[in-house]
Design a protein around this ligand. Structure first.
Ligand code: TYM
Length: 325
């Protein structure tokens, strides 16, 4: 199966991104043809500092290599290095109804968050995402739950295009992890973990031990003392159990048993240690990669060269179907 996914270079990558998306990517790359990329063009749709963009792209690249994206097994590049993404976005704009874009939850949230800067890019964001996916005739897209609506739209766009111009694109499917598709914020377990909720909401992949301890120990929990997985009634403790389960490979049932007669403080203490131990190898690998800038940049360049022929071929096919020479 051809798998593709992307992530925006918008500062530190958190354990929500990792558990919802990247961890799956690492598993998929063993048995599938995988394409992963840093979605720098998408990140231009919210306020950013141009002088920091290249640093953030480099950091995102290092983060993925540090946690286990293997450029020998996967294609891993920077979106803007392949011009066909933007070209296909324009072509697909012509088949995507604007009403569909106005209905997108992420658009509505971002439009509210950045009231003074609702640019057209923010609205067209999901069409560029559809272009990313369809350019490589992708079948499976491993993402967190918040991205499912965008993948559904990519399916709609593919269907509309194929009906109008003849079949070019397969309809992609969103691939969600069984557990962890929506990791909740530590400081507000009713909302998803996200950078926009502030640093107390997340643990980043390279967070130091002191910060991990502070954030986990002050995570919002629920009334009552029983440690039970019940996302509706006990969102705080259920979120901690989910994170615990995914980093320890222990089932939720096992964890409920392990912490049965213990309080929240004990669960948090144990989770703190688990996170410190699990993230430590990532931190060490990142440190090493920071000194190998040339290698990292060459890796991205070489990978883009592997993606380019697929992108060129799909664009030629699309242009021909649409009557362009
Ligand atoms: P981004 O950078 O916002 O998110 C990257 C991935 O992390 C997942 N994610 C989460 N998963 C579980 N719990 C959370 N709290 C959480 N927060 C984020 C997201 O679902 C996502 O999978 N639009 C994409 C980037 C993109 C893309 C694509 C993805 C651009 N083109 C083509 C797939 C295919 C995004 O939101 O990235």
């Amino acid at each position: 199966m051809r798998i593709l996914s992307g992530i925006q270079p918008t500062g530190s990558i958190h354990i929500g991104n990792y558990l919802g998306a990247i961890k799956q990517w690492i598993d998929f790359q063993e048995k599938n043809e995988c394409i992963f990329f840093i979605a720098d063009l998408h990140s231009l749709t919210i306020p950013y500092k141009p002088e920091e963009l290249q640093k953030n792209i480099f950091e995102a690249a290092i983060a993925h290599l540090a946690v286990g994206i293997d450029p020998q097994k996967s294609v891993f590049f920077v979106q803007s290095h392949i011009k066909e993404h933007t070209e296909l976005c324009w072509l697909l704009n012509t088949v995507c109804p604007v009403g569909e874009l106005q209905r997108m939850t992420q658009y509505k949230e971002k439009a509210k968050q950045f009231k003074g800067n609702v640019n057209t890019g923010l609205l067209v964001y999901p069409v560029l995402q559809a272009a990313d996916i369809l350019l490589y005739k992708t079948q499976g897209v491993p993402v967190g739950k918040d991205q499912v609506q965008h993948i559904e739209l990519a399916r709609t766009i593919a269907r509309k295009f194929n009906q109008k111009f003849g079949k070019v694109f397969p309809e992609p499917k969103a691939l969600l992890p069984k557990l962890g598709a929506k990791i909740m914020a530590l400081n507000n377990p009713k909302q998803k973990m996200s950078k926009s909720l502030g640093p107390q909401s997340y643990v980043s992949l390279f967070e130091d031990s002191k910060e991990i301890k502070k954030k986990v120990m002050s995570a919002v929990t629920d009334t009552g003392k029983v440690i039970k997985y019940d996302p509706k009634r006990k969102p705080g403790v259920s979120n901690l159990l989910t994170i615990y389960s995914l980093f320890s490979n222990k089932s939720i049932k096992e964890l409920e048993k392990k912490f049965k007669d213990k309080g929240y403080a004990q669960l948090k203490k144990s989770l703190t240690q688990l996170l410190i131990d699990s993230l430590d190898p990532f931190r060490r690998k990142r440190k090493e990669l920071l000194t190998r800038e040339v290698f990292v940049k060459e890796t991205l360049k070489l990978s883009a060269k592997r993606a380019q022929p697929i992108a060129s071929s799909t664009i030629s096919e699309t242009r021909a179907k649409m009557g362009l020479v």
